[in-house]
Design a binder for this molecule. Structure first.
Ligand SMILES: Nc1ncnc2c1ncn2[C@@H]1O[C@H](COP(=O)(O)OP(=O)(O)OP(=O)(O)O)[C@@H](O)[C@H]1O
Ligand SMILES: [Mg+2]
Length: 223
């Protein structure tokens, strides 16, 4: 599903070069649930953004679902993302002027799903917020907003679900519920899940943990 070979990412700002990834080799199988952990600044988000085709590596190869994504044009990358990848963000990134169902529909509409509204409704119901379809983000709790964020990531039924600290703004019970949603999606729909978390206890709910430090994989652990 994911093969990363000798991956480097260097950012340049004001003439200063920041080496965020320094040669990452990683394979993630289809249907695996992997957590990525490590200190702040170790390169976790950078890695996830490259896997999620939101950013490009400086050097090395990233094969996602068999595609060498660096070789795609910007337009091809957008449609590749819509078809293959769902991304869940820490701060939900919902549009405040759209209600739950409209926020969830966006990727479906971009992906030309004629039935986007119904699909969105189904996914929201599956995630237990079918009673909040017309609520705007400010009318939802943090946990509910994140479930809308997850619904939006799921609406195109992607093979790959990526989440960057999706529970960082939630209390521990709600956080556990959210990770259980990922666990269930992974088990029932065989979606490959890559989750960044700071919480060891949540990270252990994955099949395997990858520990990053200074832009390299320091260790891996099977759970
Ligand atoms: N757009 C950017 N421009 C310049 N430097 C960046 C950029 N994004 C990240 N960096 C730098 O790259 C390094 C890795 O950042 P990254 O966001 O991947 O870390 P992280 O492990 O996700 O940290 P955190 O746990 O705090 O989210 C850091 O030193 C960061 O300052
Ligand atoms: Mg990060």
């Amino acid at each position: 599903m994911i093969t990363l070979k000798n991956l480097y990412k260097t950012y340049g700002i004001d003439g200063i070069r920041i080496h965020a990834l320094n040669g990452v080799d990683l394979k993630i199988k289809k249907g695996e649930f992997v957590s990525i952990m490590g200190p702040s600044g170790s390169g976790k988000s950078t890695l996830l953004h490259i896997i999620g085709v939101l950013d490009r590596q400086t050097k090395g190869t990233a094969l996602i679902n068999g595609t060498d994504v660096a070789k795609l044009s910007d337009e091809e990358r957008t449609s590749f993302r819509l078809q293959n990848i769902g991304f869940v963000f820490q701060f939900y990134s919902l549009l405040p002027e759209l209600n739950a169902i409209e926020n969830t529909m966006i990727p479906g509409m971009l992906g030309n799903d004629k039935d986007a509204r119904n699909t969105a409704k189904e996914v929201l119901e599956k995630l237990g917020i079918g009673g909040r379809l017309n609520n705007y983000p400010h009318q939802l709790s943090g946990g509910e907003q994140q479930r809308v964020g997850i619904a939006r990531a799921l609406v195109n039924n992607p093979d790959l679900l990526l989440a960057d600290e999706p529970t960082a703004s939630l209390d521990s019970k709600t956080a556990l519920n959210v990770i259980n949603i990922f666990r269930r999606l992974n088990e029932e729909s065989r979606q490959t899940v890559v989750l960044i978390t700071h919480e060891q206890e949540l990270g252990k709910m994955a099949d395997r943990g990858i520990f990053l430090k200074d832009g390299v994989i320091e260790k891996e652990k099977d759970f």
